[in-house]
Design a protein around this ligand. Structure first.
Ligand code: KMH
Ligand code: ZN
Length: 274
């Protein structure tokens, strides 16, 4: 029985702190959220940071401080976002690896993102991938659409295996402009993955629960958090990221695939022990 890897994505780059007071945006809010989510069953934290005005930033010193603080306060695997916000430059997104995280996200294609475009042309994808190999930062391949799976195959075939040697993907489903969060699409995406790859899935907004249940039913892993979902149930805002992790952990336990502790998750993902 393979346990369930739970990733928490507590902040994201899109939600506005003024509209969503429970969103962790300060250093202290992020660290205390991380501790609570670890206690609730998370093994990985997918990190976006904010500046002093709660706006998304890729500031290098802040990122490095955040990595250090999360490492000293938790055993979580620290995965920095290289997606950032839709307004971030490619050079700033590449420079995220200077903060030397355990892992990073690596999105395998451009996607419409509501009224915006999340831009990931091939030239940027391959540069970022080669940088992860050089720095030995383990990438998680973020797939927002079925076409992104084709680019993942091209990346592996042109540049070889990732740092750590294991391919782990995250299906991000239900973004307006990306693949929908339903059973048939999830099955098609999983069937198209490279052989030996493992995968998590996350459903944005109202796709959260269907995607979580489908992923558990099909041997997948879970990502939850306020980056993807601001509503716990109809009309009820998320109060804390940890309640999303608690719900994921409870469903995983019900599926007889309890949460994977961080040390096991490191081995599973090919990330060296701390
Ligand atoms: N904020 C989105 C535009 C990632 O973290 O790598 C991109 C994103 C993906 O969140
Ligand atoms: Zn993200």
């Amino acid at each position: 029985m393979v346990k369930t890897l739970i990733t928490v994505a507590p902040t994201g780059a899109e939600a506005d702190k003024a509209a969503v007071p429970a969103l962790p945006v300060t250093h202290n809010e992020l660290v205390s959220t991380a501790k609570e989510c670890e206690a609730a069953g998370a093994a990985v934290i997918h990190v976006h940071i904010r500046d002093e005005n709660a706006r998304p930033t890729l500031d290098g010193a802040r990122l490095a401080d955040t990595v250090a603080a999360l490492r000293s306060a938790t055993d979580l695997i620290v995965q920095l976002s290289t997606g950032g916000a839709v307004t971030d430059s490619f050079s700033a997104r590449l420079a995220v690896l200077d903060a030397a995280p355990d892992g990073c996200s690596l999105t395998c294609g451009t996607v419409n993102f509501g009224n915006d475009v999340f831009s990931n042309p091939w030239g940027f994808i391959k540069d970022l991938y080669q940088l992860t190999q050089e720095r030995q930062v383990v990438p998680e391949f973020e797939l927002f659409d079925l076409g992104h799976v084709a680019t993942l195959h091209r990346l592996l075939s042109d540049y070889g295996p990732p740092a750590g040697g294991h391919v782990h993907c995250d299906l991000v489903m239900g973004v307006p402009g990306g693949m929908p969060g339903d059973l048939r699409t999830l099955a098609a995406a999983v069937a198209a993955l490279p052989s030996g790859a493992t995968w998590s899935a996350t459903g944005v907004g109202r796709a959260t629960l269907p995607v979580m249940l489908c992923a558990l039913a099909d041997g997948g892993h879970l990502r939850v958090g306020m980056e993807d979902t601001l509503t716990y149930s109809r009309g009820r805002p998320v109060a804390r990221n940890a309640e999303l992790v608690e719900r994921a952990a409870a469903l995983a336990a019900l599926a007889q695939r309890p949460p994977m502790p961080p040390a096991e998750a490191r081995e599973f993902l090919g990330i060296p022990p701390r």
